[in-house]
Write a protein of this length. Sequence first.
Length: 427
Amino acid sequence: MGTGALLLLSLSGAITQAATEELDAIVAVVNDDVVVRSELDKEIRLVIPQMQQRGTPLPPEAQLRKQVLDRLILKHLQQQRAKELGIRVDDATLNEAMSNIANRNGLTLPELQVTLEAGGIDFDDFREDTRSQILTSRLQSQEVVKKIQVTDQEVDRFLAKESSRLVEREQVRLQHILIALPENPSPAQIKAAESKAKRLVTQLRAGADFASVAVRESDGRNALEGGDLGWFEMGAVPSLVSDLAFTLAEGEISDPLRSPSGFHIIKLREIKAAAPKSVTQTHARHILVRTNEIVSDEDAKRRLSQLRTRIQGGDDFETLARAHSDDTGSALKGGDLGWLNPGDTVPEFEETMNDLAPDQVSLPFKSPFGWHIVQVLERRDQDTSSDIMRIKAREALQRRKAEEATEEWLRQLRDEAYVEIRLGNDY
């Protein structure tokens, strides 16, 4: 090889090495771990298509890099904590999650890959991001969510103030104020309109009459009607405010919403809720025989057939359940399962139970728990709306507390960590 060729090869190697070193330069130190530039760039490539798909405007490049790096730092901190606790996500769990994502979008896994890559998202990056999200969810559940408690008194207070958030909505009545913008507004015009909208929201939340303010200030076509847009079926709510129609409480005022036409203020004036639901509850009892390496399906089925024959011959179900049922929780109560709502049991059990008349004992049947015989004691139609509302209120409070507690936990995780930013002037 000639001297010129050797020189070119040497230069090429030096350039490649320099490029690799630049690509993998450390941009942050996180305890004993590091974030390298290639990881940051990969995360940005993953984030941008997702933001574009949601219609979220991209911030300036430096701000985007800062925000993505902040997210990566929290990601590393949580991965470190998960490793300390022995929390991991195996490939089987990840594969199931990926299949579920594809199914929810009406796609096969190969079709999901094609769709993602057509949108500029690398499939392997998306897969590993999904693994990270599952890991984070498990960690936060163990560290934060499972420790949250909601008292009956908190549920009572929530229902007294915010029950309208929880009702199943059939129709909503909306009021609207528009602070209009010209077709190509200047920054000064946008700022003035936004300031006015915020000022009006403050007045309205302080008790000003919405209709009067709308007549006086709104540029909307319904201004003379006090901004009243009338009643909407939930599926017909304008897309700009569709989320608010489901989440605002009755009488609540929204923050200003920006659209090409200007800034909008929405009040959810009234809600028409769906009629309370009455469900058929079933009071039942059962005897369960589990299968194992000693007890086969045939053994379990034969034992239950014999017990059924004895019950039909006059033996007491309750006594036999105590002596023979492998469901220790109900066996102590003579097999009594109490009042069951639709969906409380597995489909195989519910389907068999629903086919029985009161006092009738089923033939042996199999469920994921083993083999059963079940007897229906009685049925009733029950208005469960108040129970459902309490369940929904408890879940809403749980989510609210979890969100607040998770934010505090993440701040504490960051505060207690050693973090050194090496992004330079870009950060």
